[in-house]
Design a protein around this ligand. Structure first.
Ligand SMILES: N[C@@H](CCC(=O)N[C@@H](CS)C(=O)NCC(=O)O)C(=O)O
Length: 219
């Protein structure tokens, strides 16, 4: 892949720093050993014609490689994984299991965790959010419990590190403001293990450094 570009936000508030989904893409690229450039846009640029031409929903991340713009973090990580045996096993069974766990991270685990994040960090203190919170926590635990069972004695979702672990770890980070993951030692140890990878540390520190550089000046 040549001339890879990843689009993220120029700055986001502290509660969102380290959670924006270009982190997944940066991490996958670091694991794959692929160099890339980062384009940072302001939140207000989301609906610009230029950005919507790249991302139909006006979101980030966008991934540009080989003359093609790609959106949806899962599709992007899959695209990168196809180029890297670190991220995607070559054998058909390992590949199928990895893709299944990638979908599980995004389609089964992410929704309730993102819902709790929204309740706590976007709507905290609003009456509806207070009423909904206990149910939202139960919905999160209903995903963490089976995940803990799955991990059991495993270090990673499919027995070896893969793109699925990038997606699952970045999803689990959505509830870093709670103690819910810590209540499941297998899941907590898994997140720590994945986050200890040099590629993750580098991706995270580069994302955060961008925000620090671009912090808005108080009026
Ligand atoms: N399913 C999409 C979700 C993308 C998404 O929600 N991006 C957020 C940042 S993490 C965003 O751009 N939000 C701006 C908005 O909602 O307008 C993906 O995985 O790429």
């Amino acid at each position: 892949m040549h001339d890879i570009r990843v689009t993220g936000f120029r700055w986001v508030p502290p509660f969102a720093q380290g959670l924006i989904r270009d982190l997944r893409v940066r991490w996958a690229l670091q694991e794959a050993g692929l160099s890339f450039e980062v384009d940072l846009i302001d939140f207000s640029e989301r609906d610009s014609d230029t950005h919507v031409a790249k991302h139909p929903f006006g979101m980030v991340p966008v991934f540009e490689a080989e003359g093609q713009d790609l959106f949806e973090s899962g599709a992007i990580v899959l695209q990168i994984a196809e180029k890297s045996e670190t991220l995607m096993p070559r054998d058909p069974n390992g590949r199928a299991a990895t893709i299944a766990w990638m979908f599980a991270a995004l389609n089964t685990v992410e929704p309730p965790l993102e819902a709790l994040l929204a309740i706590d960090l976007l709507h905290g203190g609003e009456e509806w959010a207070d009423l909904r919170r206990p149910g939202a926590i139960e919905a999160v635990n209903a995903r963490l419990r089976p995940l803990a069972n799955r991990l059991g004695g495993r270090d990673h979702l499919t027995g070896r590190f893969s793109a699925a672990d990038i997606l699952m770890t970045t999803v689990l980070r959505f509830i870093r403001h709670t103690e819910l993951v810590a209540a499941f030692p297998e899941v907590e140890a898994y997140v720590q293990r994945c986050q200890a990878r040099p590629a993750f540390r580098k991706a995270l520190s580069e994302q955060i450094a961008g925000y620090a550089r671009n912090e808005p000046v108080a009026a």
